[in-house]
Write a protein that binds this ligand. Structure first.
Ligand code: MTE
Ligand code: MO
Length: 373
């Protein structure tokens, strides 16, 4: 059994797949703290966990085009030779909120609700510093590939890539991290070393990374080529051509209501407290979160809880909260949230124009139905 050595996980998780393990925390616990506790951070594993025998001998190898002499660095080397940085960065799976896209029309993939997203403080070194140390020549490189220690039945490892421009730019804050919220990274999140690519979909933020390969072309892995791509809404399995689409890198604008849950009952006029998160990829911050209690006819602006991060380097999510009276008329009402980011991007009203066969990057207005009685 390849899954015989899996750790214990938080009992509150909603498990979307047991082997490999994929789980999300309950919405209320997700937004309880600005930094998601390690034990509650959503888990997205494509493969069985790798066995980490001995961290003292663990090394990450850096090689490829633009590097004359490949280098291998132990954890202690990373910690000794490079400046240490700590950043707060949100990780969101491209499949987050797939369950809502599925309600619109069937899609393939794990049934994530609103919690395939979490926020942590990551400590490690900048990839740009490591590439400079390896004397890598950026002009020769198209893409930087990351390989994990987890492998498929045929022995091929999890792999993904990002454009060289992102990897080499110190302002993009791509990091090789060895700490999560000040603690050792849990095995589920990439112990002993993981890549953080702020503002980018989770799939590129390779866990258990032990090879960094500079290449003219993108990773040829399944996850880079035949998954994590979006198509127009008239493309289905009979006419899809994965080679014709770009892999998803930066995340679009997202927001969701985490409280209340669907089906809650309020008395007429009772205060309803709505809470949730908002986040945009590419370092765009959140300007505003608007909430409606009448299905989108009128809007109220929520109070934002965010941290100060540099312009265009806003990697952490925003939590939001607003208290509004329940209407006096009895019946079912629809609560909606939508966010605006610093580029004034807006979320689409529904899934109609963004539906895609894998149910990826679903970011339509999130709604919750509650009853007044
Ligand atoms: N890295 C490896 N090695 N193996 C994986 O299965 N899953 C990716 C990414 N990195 C994955 C990986 C995906 S799709 C996501 S969304 C994030 O890890 C999830 O990170 P988390 O499990 O720490 O939340
Ligand atoms: Mo993902």
């Amino acid at each position: 059994d390849l899954f015989a050595h899996e750790p214990e996980r938080h009992p509150a998780f909603k498990i979307n797949s047991a082997k490999p393990f994929n789980a999300e925390p309950p919405p209320l616990l997700l937004i309880d703290k600005f930094l998601t506790p390690n034990a509650l951070f959503f888990i997205r594993n494509h493969l069985p966990l790798p066995k980490i025998e001995n961290v003292d001998t663990f090394e990450v190898e850096i090689r490829g085009v633009g590097i004359e002499r490949p280098i291998s660095l132990k954890l202690q080397d990373l910690q000794k030779r490079f400046k240490q940085h700590t950043i707060t960065s949100t990780v969101q799976c491209a499949g987050n909120r797939r369950s809502h896209m599925r309600q619109f029309r069937e899609v393939k993939g794990l049934n994530w609700e609103t919690s395939a997203i979490s926020n942590a403080e990551w400590t490690g070194v900048k990839l740009a510093d490591v590439l400079a140390y390896a004397d890598a020549k950026e002009d020769k490189v198209g893409h930087v590939l990351f390989q994990g220690l987890d492998t498929d039945h045929d022995g091929s490892p999890y792999e993904a890539s990002i454009p060289a421009e992102t990897a080499f730019d110190p302002r993009r804050d791509v990091m090789l991290v060895y700490k999560m919220n000040g603690e050792e990274i849990p095995i589920d999140h990439g112990y002993p070393l993981r890549v953080i690519v702020p503002g980018t979909v989770g799939a590129r933020q390779v866990k258990w990374v032990n090879k960094i390969i500079l290449s003219e072309i993108e990773s040829q892995s399944h996850w880079q080529q035949n998954d994590y791509k979006a198509f127009n809404s008239s493309t289905d399995w009979h006419n899809v051509d994965f080679s014709k689409a770009e892999p998803i890198q930066e995340y679009p604008l997202q927001s969701a209501i985490c409280e209340p849950k669907d089906g809650i009952t309020y008395k007429p006029g009772e205060t309803m407290t709505l809470k949730g998160y908002a986040w945009s990829g590419g370092g765009r911050g959140i300007l505003r979160v608007d909430v409606s209690t009448d299905g989108g006819k009128t809007w109220h602006t929520a109070r934002l809880n965010q941290i100060q991060q540099p312009r265009n380097r806003t990697w952490a999510w925003t939590l939001w909260e607003v208290a509004l009276p329940a209407p006096n008329e009895k019946g079912e009402i629809t609560l909606i949230c939508k966010a605006t980011d610093t580029s004034h991007n807006a979320q689409p009203e529904n899934a109609e124009g963004i539906w895609n066969l894998r149910g990826l990057i679903h970011n339509a207005w999130h709604n919750v139905k509650v009853t007044v009685e």
